[in-house]
Design a protein around this ligand. Structure first.
Ligand SMILES: Nc1ncnc2c1ncn2[C@@H]1O[C@H](COP(=O)(O)OP(=O)(O)OP(=O)(O)O)[C@@H](O)[C@H]1O
Ligand SMILES: [Mg+2]
Length: 268
């Protein structure tokens, strides 16, 4: 009941942005599926991102998604958000019903807000960066809404065959929708001289899969950070700084990708 009330409040707040005539549509979508409601709102807000209304154009939306579970979506969402929070107002939206990101925040102390999906409907203008963590195995139509509702979709994968298979499935679904605003991130990569990470990168590059230049190493420090509810450079671990740097590269590259895409859209 409380959730329904919250959904109606959120829909009313959203209607403020989309105009009074849209309230019924927003209410309908919100009741049917809060997940879709958020991405519906993201797409409506994007449609406001025009010459006349620049108020949302500064917001960078980055989403984590994959058809495979356990590939570091939440870990990536938390650390990219942590880095971006140093640059400007940032929120992490937990769109996973398992509430992994919210639980992470509750266990400890993150220096940016982490909101469950229902509390996030209609937010936007006050944040420069919105990071969205999602559940594993989204349905194809959910994946379409996710990719269309963001500037960059990060698809993490570990270098093992099962995970790579899940990533390829995710990419083939994205391609079906004509999406191009995604990048694959190799995560939990075992240390050299174990060759899996290098081999996976070579094979993916050979078939033209768009990859982040940097990979995320497999380091115990990340598991400690999740357990303590903090970001990795705050844990007592000799590799903590190294681990944090891995995600700094990814956050910087993400911003550069979004910027270059928006420049090419403006130019065309
Ligand atoms: N770079 C890393 N090195 C070592 N362990 C890691 C690393 N990244 C994530 N992990 C660990 O791997 C596990 C899965 O990570 P995470 O929860 O971020 O994945 P997920 O894709 O969000 O999973 P789910 O699909 O269940 O939501 C966690 O125990 C996490 O601490
Ligand atoms: Mg997760």
């Amino acid at each position: 009941m409380a959730e329904q009330r919250q959904a109606i409040d959120s829909a009313q707040a959203l209607s403020h942005y989309v105009g009074a005539n849209s309230i019924h549509l927003v209410l309908l979508v919100t009741h049917v599926n809060p997940f879709l409601a958020f991405f519906f709102s993201a797409r409506v807000l994007q449609s406001f991102d025009t010459e006349e209304c620049k108020c949302y154009s500064a917001t960078v939306k980055i989403t984590l998604a994959s058809m495979k579970g356990g590939v570091a979506k939440t870990t990536t969402a938390v650390h990219v958000a942590a880095y971006l929070a140093e640059l400007g107002p940032t929120v992490l939206i937990d769109a996973d019903p398992n509430n992994s990101a919210c639980s992470w925040a509750k266990r400890g102390n993150l220096r940016f807000p982490v909101l469950p999906l229902l509390k996030a409907i209609g937010i936007g203008s006050q944040y420069e960066h919105i990071i969205v963590d999602t559940q594993a195995r989204p349905k194809p139509e959910e994946l379409r809404d996710l990719v269309e509702g963001c500037d960059l979709l990060i698809v993490p994968t570990t270098p093992d065959p099962l995970s790579l298979e899940g990533m390829m499935l995710t990419l083939s679904t994205l391609k079906r929708f004509g999406a191009e605003n995604y990048r694959v991130l190799l995560t939990i990569v075992p240390p050299e001289p174990i060759p899996e990470g290098k081999i996976a990168r070579q094979e993916l590059e050979a078939v033209g899969i768009p990859l982040f230049k940097h990979t995320i190493r497999r380091l115990m420090a990340f598991q400690r950070a999740a357990a303590d509810g903090v970001v990795v450079n705050e844990v007592r671990d000799r590799n903590a700084r190294l681990a944090a740097m891995d995600y700094e590269y990814i956050a910087e590259e993400s911003l550069a990708i979004v910027e270059s895409r928006s420049r090419s859209v403006t130019a065309s």
